[in-house]
Ligand binder design. Structure first.
Ligand code: ZN
Length: 138
């Protein structure tokens, strides 16, 4: 790989307590404007109560089901939570989903699958958030 590295910070506004925002167009736009041909795209979320994941973007019921099941598995109220802020469930969901993803770039395009989309995952919104995208390659 050469020494091509570009980083862009996007501002994301989430609109509900749990909110999955499709950010695929933002990432694809940055890949295109950067001029990268071959390399890696790193998508990173610098928050402890949010995350980023890749899953189906065609049928909105898929991410609705993911949100439903996560909220069922990790209940907001639990008498055993100790964290004083009261948002332990959001920290747990952030850890489960992860705060970064890496996507290959080839011939100037993200190699996402046909049905794949990139989602910013809000677990303690609504808030203003950041999404950091770094491109490494040539
Ligand atoms: Zn907290």
């Amino acid at each position: 790989m050469g020494n091509f590295i570009r980083t862009k910070v996007f501002e994301i506004s989430t609109s509900s307590h749990t909110d999955f925002v499709n950010v695929t167009h933002l990432v694809k736009g940055f890949v295109k404007e950067s001029g990268i041909r071959e390399g890696l795209c790193v998508v990173y979320v610098p928050h402890t109560t949010a995350g980023v994941f890749i899953n189906e973007g065609a049928d909105p019921d898929v991410v609705r089901d993911i949100a439903y099941k996560l909220n069922t598995l990790v209940e907001w109220e639990d008498p055993n939570y100790k964290h004083i802020e009261g948002n332990s469930a959001a920290h747990i969901k952030s850890s489960l989903m992860g705060n970064s993803r890496v996507i290959p770039v080839s011939e100037g395009k993200l190699l996402l699958g046909t049905w794949e989309a990139i989602f910013f995952a809000e677990f303690d919104g609504p808030r203003r958030r950041k999404l950091i995208v770094t491109l490494i390659g040539e």
